[in-house]
Design a protein around this ligand. Structure first.
Ligand code: PEP
Ligand code: MG
Length: 286
């Protein structure tokens, strides 16, 4: 809580179930980003619904009653699994990755959605979709989620009444049309790693571009501000889960822009919490 009494959620990012211990040890308020790719990258074949269900159930049970936001498959670009047989692309970061791949191969996406909804009764689940750029993608995703829920009902399998659905704001397009996207979802989470790459036209894999990858660039902050204003105008909450969330030189700026949640790697949780506690939003910023 800030000095003026505003509550900010400080969550943790994880990339494997092995990290849950670090999340609990550092007393995070929940998991703001569970990168589910490891399930696919560590396997030699598509993980089954049952395999995924067991993992999601375990994370939800370990964290309950705290919230766990699981991001759906974000594969392609720098994250490759041979059995997907992805075609070689000239510009993989701009290619058939993340949600694009899931919508291109809905049979793979459905398995993950079914496993997630099945696990939802074991804790407080949020599902987050990566690399969104348009309203039509969101419509397709929501239709698929509804289909999966109907199938589960028909199969007599339980799922939670309310599973929060959210999107990553990690493309400039998503931030710019955030007024249209906000009414469709429960939350936004800003992926500053990719948002920086796509806004500043800087390949995040290219170390030589360091001087151009200015994460404090005014363009990034303005996109975050735009998304925050549009989120709140529609009663949608907004967090940041990219690396920048842990940059305490920006914590006050983020809170003044209206950020409700910061999700950071477990070792940064207490540092960010300490920074939040020293901020007084009732005072005019210096
Ligand atoms: C991001 O892009 O900021 C993000 C959190 O996702 P990833 O780093 O997994 O692409
Ligand atoms: Mg990303």
């Amino acid at each position: 809580m800030t000095l003026d009494g505003t509550t900010i959620q400080i969550f943790a990012n994880i990339g494997s179930v092995d990290n849950i211990g670090a999340v609990l040890l550092n007393d995070a308020g929940g998991i703001g980003l569970f990168r589910s790719e490891f399930l696919y990258l560590e396997n030699n074949d598509y993980p089954t619904e049952e395999e995924q269900f067991k993992v999601y159930k375990r994370v939800l049970e370990s964290m309950a009653p705290k919230k766990v936001i699981i991001r759906t498959l974000d594969i392609g670009a720098d994250k490759q699994a041979d059995y997907f047989h992805l075609e070689k692309e000239e510009n993989p970061a701009l290619g058939l990755r993340a949600i694009r791949l899931c919508l291109d191969r809905p049979e793979i996406f459905r398995v993950q959605l079914r496993a997630l909804y099945r696990a939802s009764v074991y804790g407080k689940l949020g599902i987050m979709f990566p690399m969104i750029t348009s309203v039509s993608e969101m419509e397709e995703i929501l239709a698929l989620c509804n289909q999966v829920k109907q199938e589960l009902t028909a199969d007599g399998i339980a799922y939670a009444d309310h599973v929060e659905l959210g999107i990553m704001i990690e493309t400039p397009a998503a931030a710019i049309i955030s007024d249209q996207l906000a009414p469709m979802v429960d939350f936004f989470s800003v992926g500053t790693n990719d948002l920086t790459q796509y806004t500043l036209a800087c390949d995040r894999q290219n170390a030589k571009l360091e001087r151009y990858c200015d994460t404090h660039h005014e363009a990034i902050l303005r996109l975050i501000e735009m998304a925050a204003q549009n989120a709140h105008a529609h009663g949608t909450w907004i967090g940041i889960c990219g690396e920048l969330a842990a940059d305490t030189s920006l914590t006050e700026t983020f809170l003044r822009l209206g950020i409700d949640e910061l999700s950071v790697s477990p070792p940064f949780v207490l540092r960010v919490r300490d920074a939040v506690r020293k901020i007084d939003l009732s005072k005019v910023s210096s």
